[in-house]
Ligand binder design. Sequence first.
Ligand code: PRP
Length: 187
Amino acid sequence: MKDRYADIKKVLLTGEEISKRTTEIAAEITRDYAGEEVLVVAILRGAVMFFAELVKQIDLDVRMDFMAVSSYGASTVSSKEIKINKDLAQPIEGLNVIIVEDIIDTGHTLKSLLRLLWTRNPKSIKVCALLDKPSRREVELEGDYVGFEVPNEFVVGYGLDYNEKYRNLPDVCVLKESVYKNDIPVV
Ligand code: PRP
């Protein structure tokens, strides 16, 4: 049987640590939106595990939806646009929207996404991210709910991939450099 940790340098956050932090964030969201309904939106695909754990623990009326986005090929560093591969299934006018991401890296994805969603007249939008890598930020953007700050290392697992692998690891892990050092950078 293949050792699915063979390419892993170290475990950065265990599934248990992630669960504990997710419970805290869900409690914070439950408090912040007391008496209100929320639409929780998972950004496919990286956010799915965190999203599933989180929504189960939000003690409010929760609607769920999903979006898939990718960054446009031709773009400059300062303004990257996103392509919507799958849009929301419903209008968001008047709703409290919580966008759930696995990681905020350069910040371009969320910045573009927020710009788009605000044009649809929601009541509010907040960003909830499991991981934040502030050292990589290229635009001004902060998560409203953030699980963990991570160093500038190649992280995989708990939804995060490298070339579509490792998403199913139950921990957030640092990938061995040897796995990606000869590859063309995937951004
Ligand atoms: C990742 C992640 C965010 C985005 C963050 O998605 O899930 O959506 O990149 O990067 P940024 O802050 O630099 O914009 P990815 O495009 O890898 O898709 P995936 O979730 O399907 O892996």
